[in-house]
Every structure is written in C-alpha cells, then in structure tokens.
Design a protein around this ligand. Structure first.
Ligand code: ZN
Length: 276
C-alpha cells in the first residue's frame, strides 16, 4: 500500500500497469532505458517522475505487466482509474521535462543538484535556486452572432480547426494577450472577454488559460506564418476540431451547447476541465 507511485514516461507516453494503476518501481525490462528521475510530491504524497529514452516503440523492450498510453489519451479518458492518474501525471511530465533539461546553473554554469526540500534545483557554486518553468499561454474562443472563429495552423495539426492561442508576453495581462493574439493572427478586434477555465498542458510546459471573447470589428486576414486559414463557423456545422482532453475541446463543446455567451450565468457554465 505504501509503495512510491512511479510516473514513467517515454516521451509523452505514460506507462501504466494493466489495471490502469501506476507501478511502484521501474520494471526491470526498462532499466537500461532510464535517462533521468526526479522526486516530487503530488496530492500530498511523494512520487517519482522517471524519463526513459525516447525512440520508436519497436525499439523498446516489451513488458507484460503494463502498457503505454499517450498522456493526452489519459486526459481524454472517462475511465475513473485513468481520471485519478491524470492530474499527477500532468504534474509529473511537466516536472520531468523541466528536470531533464535543467542540468546547469543559468547564472554561473555549474552543475545543478536537486534541492532537499523544495521542488527546485540548487547551485552549490553560487547559491542560485532554479524553480520549474511554466509557460503561460492563452486560448480563446471568439464569437460573433451565431458563429465561432476557428483556425487551422500553418505548421502543426494542419487538419484540425482550433481556437486562437498564443504565449503571454512580459508586461502583458492575460486579457491584453487575448486581444493581441486574435489581432495578430486573424486581423480581428475583440471587445468583452470572459474567463472560461485553465489547464496544465505539459507538452512540454504550457499553462493554458482559456477565454471567450466577443468580436467587435474587422475582417479575417490571417498571419500566414502562423495560420493557414481562419473562418467563422455556425455552431451546428463545425469542421474537425481537437479531440477530447484539451481545453480547446472544452471551449468548443461549450459553444456547441450555447454556453459561451459572455453573460452566461455561472450555474449554467460548462466546466472545461472537470478534474481541476
Ligand atoms: Zn550557479
């Protein structure tokens, strides 16, 4: 009962035992593949994040005790056992990504050590404490009358129509960021904005803050470096959109149900990420 939960990752895939629970140790089959490990706490309990070498699945030793699952699929799953694993796994992957890439002090270049009590790394040479990095970003569903704005990205997931998103910049509020990203990517101006929800998205370290925004003026004129195409869609006739598990999916679901109105009463609002 008191074993240490091991969140074992191969890239962004998680290893689970066949009963959908976390292993209490690294299976011996994977011992030679281990790259990095980091102790942390989740849900008040100590746990371990373990990064294995990435690589094609066929190059990986088989392990009959369990299976690999994409973390995105864990987030999307309605299985109660997987739902239980999701939040800890999001934390574990974000920390694992940070830990394996944060090996030297950014101030003096000395090798970093894990801090004894903080979730941080410590430089014995200059005393610097290096905390996990989180990259805040906004994602916004823009609405205009009976339609919503969706866009296809120019460089990734080009077959999926998604909401407008982008990283927060220094000196900006989240609301400023929504207005800037919508204007830069689509040429549109938005006015009223309402907070919709948030989600940790550790691919590798984003923290997504979701909003609804009301179109005010402008015609669609995309930034071709970022967006291949953007269009207004009626809520009952949407193209291929992101799969369940992401906050983008939640935003679009809420629009289908008409819960994206900026004056939607709190009691009728859609919960974008029910587990958080
Ligand atoms: Zn240092």
């Amino acid at each position: 009962m008191n074993t240490l939960d091991h969140f074992i990752f191969r890239s962004s895939e998680l290893f689970l035992l066949n009963d959908n629970t976390l292993p209490g140790s690294v299976p011996p089959e994977f011992a030679e593949k281990e790259l990095d490990r980091f102790s942390f706490r989740t849900d008040g309990r100590p746990a371990l994040a373990v990064s294995l070498e990435a690589g094609p699945p066929e190059s990986f030793p088989a392990c009959e005790a369990g299976y690999w699952i994409a973390l995105r699929a864990v987030f999307a799953s309605m299985d109660p056992a997987l739902a239980k694993v999701g939040p800890g796994a999001a934390r574990a992957l974000g920390l694992a990504n940070w830990h394996k890439e944060t090996r030297f002090c950014p101030r003096c270049g000395f090798r970093l050590e894990d801090h004894a009590t903080e979730t941080a790394r410590h430089c014995e040479s200059c005393g610097n404490l290096v905390f996990p990095r989180l990259s805040p970003a906004i994602i916004t569903l823009v609405r205009k009358d009976d339609t919503i704005l969706l866009a296809r990205h120019a460089n990734r997931n080009t077959n999926v129509w998604a909401c407008i998103a982008g990283y927060l910049e220094h000196g900006e509020s989240l609301e400023d960021c929504v207005k800037r990203e919508v204007l830069e990517e689509t040429g549109l101006t938005v006015g009223k904005i309402r907070y919709a929800g948030s989600q940790s998205w550790p691919f590798p370290d984003q923290f997504m803050v979701a909003f609804y925004a009301e179109w005010v003026s402008g015609e669609i004129k995309v930034d071709p470096a970022e967006i291949a195409e953007a269009r207004w869609f009626p809520r009952d006739d949407l193209p291929a959109t992101p799969p369940p598990g992401s906050v983008a999916w939640g935003l679009i679901q809420s629009a289908i149900r008409g819960q994206d109105r900026l004056d939607c009463p709190e009691s009728e609002r859609f919960v974008l990420t029910p587990r958080t």
